[in-house]
Structures are given as C-alpha cells and as structure tokens.
Design a binder for this molecule. Structure first.
Ligand code: ZN
Length: 371
C-alpha cells in the first residue's frame, strides 16, 4: 500500500513551507514541481493577480488507464495565522504538533500530503487508476476566495473529493451552510464629552443597543448568528461618531440565512432611527448551501472504499464553508472528507501519522476504484 514514512516526511516538509492566505507562492511552486514530476499536466491560473496575492490556484490533470469519468481531488494550500516559521514536531506516539507558537497547518496540508502520496504510490507500483484531476487552491481560509474565481470550464470531472475536514478519518460532510457576512456602520455625531455631551449622538451606544436587540448564537438547529467584531470611537473624551460591527449568519437552509439577515437589518435600522444615527448595512455571500444525497455515487463510492478498508464512516453537516461550496455551485458534485486534522485554527492543532495514513489509503482507493 502507501509508504507511511514518506507520507509523514512529505507532510512535515509541506508544514515547513509558510503559506499564509495570498502568500502561497513557495507552496505553489513546490506542488507544481511535484505534480509535474508525477506526470500531471499542470497549470496555474491568475487568481493571485486578481487578488494581489503572489500565487494562483494549481490545477493538474493525469490521464488514467481505467474506464469512467475523471475524479477531482482538492485541498487548499493556505493556512490561517499564526503560521510564520511553523514546523512539525513528531512525538514518539506518532502525534504531530507544531512547536506551540503557530498553527500546525494540518488544515489543509494533511489533505495535500494524502493526495501527493496516493499518486506517488500509483506511479511507483504501476497501479491502474481513473483519470485524476487535482486542484490545490489559494485563499480558502478567507471565504473560499481562490476557488471562487477558478475557471471551472477546465474541470472534466463531475464528482469531487475535497480533503478538508476535521474529525476522525471516515467522516464526510455532505451538507454545508450558506454563509452571509454583514457590516453595519452606525454614524452619530461627535461632541466634546465634557463640555457638550448633549450635542453628540453616541454611535457606540446605538450599536450596543442594536447588538443586544438581535438574537445571537444558535437560532435553530440549522442557523447561527454572530457579531464578531466591534470597532469605534476616537478618544476617551469624545462622544463617538462612528461604530462598525462585523457579523455573520450561517444556515444549512439558504432561504433562512437570507431572512435572518433581513431581520437583523430591520432591527438595526429601527434602533438606529430611534437613536438618531445613520445606518449603512452591507452584506456579502461567503458561500451558498448545498446538500449531496446519501444515494449519490460520490457518497456510495466513498462508503464502499471505507468498508473495504475496514474504516467506520459517518456522514455529517459541516458548519464551515469549504471549496466544495464553490464546486457544487459550479455543477460538480463533491463531498468533504476528513483528512486527519484536529483542533484546527489554533496553536494546539495536531494530527497523527495513523490518521494521515488512513486518509491516504482512502484517497488511493478512490483513485483506483473499479466501479
Ligand atoms: Zn481547511
């Protein structure tokens, strides 16, 4: 089967390459060289230029000798911060962590490493395989921007496996939410807080009242609301003129997400009117909800592969967006599979060589599965 030591070493090497969102150049070059060496036709798009980043999405195609449509495998190249000078520390029991001062980047380099090692194994052992498409994206961590601007006319596959999910390997997300972010700007009137406070209109106070007037947290079993940042005021002795709130609504039900945002805007407007501030309310879509049926071939193939490997499967709804939201939106039926990452987006992030191996075994089997 796969070469576990080589997989671990590849993972550690990838971790040592810093690739913050929009700064994926070195990672992109490394993966381009790697894919080309494995026989892929490789191209890089200009998503980097579009966003003023330094690298584009990396796409590769490897012709197979097996019947059937090509299958797309995808993972993202960027990691969240803090990530500068990160390195993988392999513990005696096989657990892999960072040195504690950065994230590990198993999100999503565990996925990248699994794809690379699976193809290496195919090449090394001369295994029959389907035509394989690979897409390594930029800027997934900032509202899936890289995959948003990819030219999907290049993709030949109708089905995709996105290796980008935390939790036990064998878990797959078949459902993901719509994510709407909003920015609310309250504008009041500045005044000297000591001499003439009554001539001011307190923007922070109005915004605070607006926040407490809406429902936050879990609104129902498929919808959440969060105001995540608040910013305003200039100095201790000035009645603040401006206050800006940033928040988001997520729902597995697209229409519910829209109506919840409308509701929030309505409440903010009512509070703003009452307090005499001016409200500007802007929204933008992070991603759009999808659901892949359990009977779809992309799920069934995953199920068969895991069963053959003796791995337990679990199908869940994820509460974070991923590149798969953009794939589904562009007509590709994909699911997001767990690739051995835990406590992601924190300096406690870790993986385990056994989990990396399991994910790689699944990937290899998916690539070589005879329908
Ligand atoms: Zn990720």
């Amino acid at each position: 089967m796969i070469n576990k030591e080589r997989l671990r070493d590849e993972f550690c090497k990838l971790v040592s390459i810093d690739s913050a969102s929009f700064q994926e150049r070195k990672m992109a070059d490394t993966l381009k060289t790697c894919l080309t060496g494995l026989g892929f036709e490789v191209t890089e798009d200009n998503a980097g230029k579009y966003y003023n980043g330094n690298a584009g999405n990396i796409y590769g195609f490897l012709k197979g000798d097996m019947e059937g449509e090509p299958i797309l495998f995808s993972a993202h190249m960027d990691t969240v911060e803090p990530s500068s000078d990160k390195k993988a520390v392999v513990q005696e029991d096989g657990t892999i962590t960072s040195d504690g001062s950065t994230v590990l980047g198993a999100d999503d380099l565990s996925g990248v490493a699994a794809i690379v090692e699976a193809v290496r194994t195919i090449k090394e052992q001369g295994l029959s395989h389907r035509s394989i498409e690979v897409l390594f994206t930029i800027a997934e961590e900032v509202y899936i921007r890289g995959s948003e601007v990819f030219d999907y006319r290049l993709i030949k596959s109708g089905e995709a496996y996105v290796l980008d999910l935390s939790g036990p390997v064998g878990t797959a997300a078949i459902k993901a939410p719509t994510l709407v972010s909003f920015t609310a700007r309250f504008t009041g009137r500045a005044a000297h807080a000591g001499f003439a406070p009554e001539t001011g209109i307190h923007a922070i106070s109005a915004a605070a009242e607006a926040i407490t007037a809406i429902r936050q947290g879990r609104i129902d079993e498929e919808t959440t609301v969060n105001v995540g940042t608040i910013e305003g005021g200039l100095a201790r002795n000035i009645v603040p003129e401006h206050c800006i709130l940033n928040g988001e609504v997520q729902s597995l039900n697209h229409d519910k997400a829209l109506s919840e945002v409308d509701k929030i805007e309505g409440i903010f407007q009512a509070v703003s009117d009452k307090r005499g501030t001016v409200l500007e309310f802007e929204t933008s879509f992070g991603c759009i909800a999808y659901e892949v049926g359990i009977e779809h071939n992309v799920v069934k193939r995953f199920e068969k592969v895991c069963r053959e490997l003796g791995y337990q499967t679990d199908y869940i709804a994820t509460f974070g967006g991923s590149d798969n939201n953009n794939f589904v939106r562009n007509g590709i039926t994909g699911i997001v599979i767990a690739c051995g990452m835990n406590e992601v987006h924190s300096c406690k992030e870790y993986t385990h060589v056994d989990e990396l191996e399991k994910c790689c075994n699944i990937t290899l089997k998916l690539m070589t599965w005879k329908e």
